[in-house]
Design a protein around this ligand. Structure first.
Ligand SMILES: Cc1cc2nc3c(=O)[nH]c(=O)nc-3n(C[C@H](O)[C@H](O)[C@H](O)COP(=O)(O)OP(=O)(O)OC[C@H]3O[C@@H](n4cnc5c(N)ncnc54)[C@H](O)[C@@H]3O)c2cc1C
Length: 839
């Protein structure tokens, strides 16, 4: 009994000291009191003078040693210096390009999650969706009009290219210059506005959004706006904003895809003739592929590695990655033919050049920015990854939900709308979750960027999470539609999304890499409160300064790790009942508590993973991938709570919040469990099992009943369905394939009672429903339904026939034009034979 009491006292005191990040002497005093209590017999129930045996004496010695660590000199010699040497050996080596990637962005709410004790007020302080009246008018005006103009079949199939009227419209209305400042002739829209505008277009056509998205993301416009010389700004920005120049950005080549920094495209600083004068310039050779807008571009942004063998610019020979602007019609520039990415219509193709001379002032930012290319790209990507693809993936998920909920309620089988079948309810509920969660996270993240943050870790997780959720959403929409989705044609509103999902997955950092390498590995370094400081300290060439910095960071890190271990254990033992909840949580307390608890567990496992794997972090990608998922789920569920609050806590949405949070926490747990079960160090594995799962698993997927409830909400025309699909293009034109769905859904809902009466009459044999029989008239004649109900049902029948119809074609209509020309596998650039394997 006494031993049990001792153990309880030790655990209680350790938990308290650990969670409060006590200093060594405080630990010594705390544990000393327990030791004294034991030696005085308090745990045996009869107090006496202390009895100090041999082990008691050793205990006091150990406590004295522990307390002495509070003395800086002792701590340094005994612990910090040996640790400094050891850490130098195990911490990941950071290359130049990685360093630039790390320095590029800002840390924000990701650091709160890594801290294990998220400050919810910081999340709440991020502004809700705010658009200026001008931005709102643009979204409701020209953007709506553009969407209405789009004939996706003409684009995807009949023409297989962007129609001139679409190009003219986007250029004339300034769509290509949304990120260019007003001062330079652009629209100067906020990140939030750009995100919503791109999303709306994406919900109508993934092809059209691409031609708008690319000039508004990483590329000439953004790079000139941020780093260009005044001359470049004054010349190019107004031209780009008005669409007088069509830009593309060329980074990827046949040998440098994900590993873009190892590109073989090179430039040598040299002198040459330009416009009749001898100038300092660059002789360039490059070979790029997959370049969006390339075949139509007038201005090529080109990334290459620059060398200065004759030291014309300075002392350095290997200057580094540099970005220049080259007119597409400059002598020696080859703009290739078109790739055919997933059958898409947006222009995409290779470009190359050999020994092309350009003047040095074509480098973005001029001579002073040579070698700064990678830093520039990483800085832009840190924010850009949060906008373009998350916006289109979010709008895509909303569009999948809008059409699938309508179709599932219109389409009847076995006498019921398929939406009422539990098997179909499952994918429908997933669609509701995808649309709600993607939008929640999109809005929060875009607001962060609007207020000047460049959240590199959050943007990476947003990119892969939202596009993966869209992939699932498109597949779910296909399953719900059955054959109606599979047969392509002018009335098929799903195929374009299905075809183009892999593009979003692959570009701006392919998802596998973004998940397993960028999000957690980079996140651990950037967002962890101490790790980056330790890395910088051990790499400091001034070893005295480095050791001082390391001492501070390392001691903080130890206290942090102990706080995580004790905090996680405490919250897991108490099931999160005492975890942090912000003020005015109004019914969301249980979810906030579980998120705070989850964050503690994540911080603990993440910290131990980094400590255990050190430099091996980059290769243990199955672990880092799972930790990226765990981090993502906490972020996404946090955004769900923020969205609910920002939306004014609509009561009807509570079920959607509960559903999304339950599933998100469940996936979080699966990811964390997978990490722990595969932890390479067996001692750490056992320790983590005890600390994180003292009672086994915590979280279960959302209950089926909740899924049914949210599907009923989403399949009913009205406020909730509209809120779930806000800011996408919604047509109400019965001659438009998606407009037809809206019109039919309203009628189907109105006719539901009459439909039930007919179903009953059919089952009881009063009415027969076969081709060639007017069963509605028969039901009216039999008195089953009234005349007005018969009229409504006739209308529903006609509309439904159109909704479920699929297109059919004469064989010759389906012959693709590209079969008439010989395929060319290579493009003959830089010595590659035609037919060389480039893809
Ligand atoms: C339609 C389309 C448009 C594009 N537009 C442009 C453009 O405008 N400009 C431009 O410069 N580029 C563009 N790209 C190129 C795009 O950025 C690359 O395709 C992308 O970076 C991946 O390179 P890759 O296709 O060569 O794949 P690879 O690099 O060969 O990768 C293959 C797979 O391996 C994974 N992988 C690679 N390395 C790692 C690692 N270390 N750890 C884990 N997984 C890894 C990747 O995630 C991927 O799944 C475009 C591509 C497409 C398809």
């Amino acid at each position: 009994m006494a031993l049990i009491l001792l153990l309880i006292a030790l655990v209680a005191v350790s938990l308290a000291l650990g969670m409060w990040r006590a200093s060594p002497w405080q630990w010594a005093v705390g544990l000393g009191i327990v030791t004294l209590a034991w030696q005085c017999g308090f745990f045996h129930g009869h107090a006496h003078w202390p009895h100090v045996g041999f082990f008691g004496f050793l205990t006091w010695l150990a406590l004295a040693a522990l307390g002495s660590l509070s003395v800086a000199e002792v701590r340094r010699r005994a612990v910090v210096q040996p640790a400094f040497k050891m850490v130098r050996g195990i911490l990941p080596k950071v290359s130049d390009t990685e360093q630039q990637a790390l320095d590029a962005g800002t840390v924000g709410f990701d650091a709160e999650i890594f801290s294990g004790t998220p400050d919810w007020t910081k999340l709440r302080a991020i502004p809700p969706i705010v658009l200026t009246p001008e931005e709102r008018a643009f979204l409701d005006g020209p953007t709506e009009e553009l969407c209405r103009m789009i004939d996706h079949w003409q684009i995807r199939h009949s023409e297989r290219r962007m129609p001139k009227e679409i190009w003219d419209f986007v250029k004339a209305h300034g769509f290509l210059g949304m990120l260019i400042s007003k001062e330079h002739g652009g629209l100067g829209f906020s990140a939030q506005a750009q995100s919503l505008i791109l999303g709306k277009i994406a919900s109508r056509s993934p092809d059209v959004v691409t031609i708008v998205m690319v000039p508004n993301s990483l590329g000439p416009g953004e790079l000139i706006e941020k780093y260009g010389t005044d001359e470049q700004k004054h010349h190019f920005l107004p031209r780009l904003a008005q669409g007088l120049e069509v830009p593309c950005f060329s980074l990827t080549g046949p040998t440098s895809g994900s590993d873009a920094a190892t590109m073989r495209d090179i430039g040598y600083v040299t002198k040459g003739e330009h416009e009749g004068r001898e100038v300092v310039g660059i002789r360039l050779s490059w070979d790029k592929r997959y370049i969006t807008l390339g075949p139509e571009a007038t201005l090529v942004g080109l990334a290459f590695r620059l060398f200065d063998p004759d030291k014309i610019l300075g002392d350095k020979e290997d200057i580094g990655i540099t970005v220049a602007l080259i007119p597409a019609n400059h002598p020696g520039v080859n703009i290739g033919r078109r790739h055919l990415p997933s059958g898409a219509a947006f222009p995409n193709g290779p470009n190359w050049g050999t020994d092309v001379f350009i003047p040095i002032d074509w480098v973005i930012g001029g001579e002073k920015m040579v070698g700064q290319g990678w830093r520039m790209l990483m800085e832009c990507l840190a924010a850009g990854r949060a906008i373009s693809l998350p916006s289109s993936a979010t709008a895509g998920a909303k569009a999948m939900l809008r059409v699938s909920t309508a179709y599932a309620r219109i389409r009847r089988q076995f006498g019921l709308p398929v939406a009422r079948m539990e098997g179909v309810e499952e994918p429908l509920a997933r669609l509701v979750e995808a649309a709600y969660v993607n939008e929640a996270a999109r809005a929060v993240t875009a607001s962060m960027v609007s207020r000047g943050e460049r959240p590199s870790v959050i943007s990476a997780l947003m990119k892969y999470q939202t596009t993966e959720r869209l992939r699932r959403a498109v597949n779910d929409a296909f399953d719900i539609h059955g054959g109606r989705a599979i047969c392509d044609g002018p009335s098929n509103y799903l195929q374009a999304a299905y075809q183009l999902v892999p593009v979003g997955i692959t570009v701006e950092g392919a998802n596998i890499l973004t998940r397993t390498l960028i999000t957690f590995a980079q996140g651990a370094l950037r967002s962890h409160p101490y790790l980056y400081k330790e890395v910088q300290a051990v790499q400091d060439p001034d070893s005295k300064k480095g050791l001082d910095a390391f001492d501070e960071a390392f001691c903080g890190h130890i206290a942090f790790s102990i706080a995580n271990a004790t905090g996680a254990f405490f919250h897991n033992l108490t099931l999160g009942l005492f975890a942090e909840v912000p003020e005015r949580a109004q019914g969301l307390e249980p979810i906030y508590r579980q998120l705070s608890r989850a964050s503690r567990n994540f911080a603990l496992v993440a910290d131990l993973t980094v400590a255990t794997l050190g430099g091996g972090l980059k290769v243990k990608q199955k672990l880092t991938g799972r930790l990226a998922d765990a981090l993502s789920e906490i972020y996404l569920v946090s955004c769900v709570l923020k969205r609910f609050e920002d939306d004014g806590r609509p009561e009807a949405d509570r079920a959607i919040v509960a559903f999304s949070a339950a599933n998100g926490l469940h996936r979080f747990e699966e990811a964390l469990r997978g990490t722990i079960e595969n932890f390479p160090n067996p001692v750490a594995r056992v320790l983590l099992r005890v600390l994180v799962f003292p009672f086994g698993r915590h979280y279960y997927p959302a209950p089926d009943e909740l899924g049914s409830k949210i599907v009923r909400l989403a399949t009913t025309p009205g406020e909730v369905r509209d809120r779930l699909t806000r800011d996408i293009y919604i047509s109400n034109d019965p001659d438009d394939a998606t407009g037809l769905l809206e019109v039919t859904l309203a009628k189907v809902v109105a006719a539901e009672e009459a439909e039930k009466k007919i179903e009953r009459a059919i089952r009881s044999g009063i009415v027969r429903r076969y081709h060639g029989i007017d069963w509605i008239a028969a039901a009216a004649d039999a008195g089953t339904i009234t005349e007005s109900e018969a009229l409504l049902l006739k209308e529903v029948e006609a509309l439904t026939a159109r909704v479920i119809a699929v297109d059919h074609f004469a064989t010759e209509e389906l012959m693709p034009n590209y079969r008439k020309v010989a395929p060319n596998l290579g493009h003959n650039s830089r010595g590659l034979a035609a037919g060389a394997n480039q893809s």
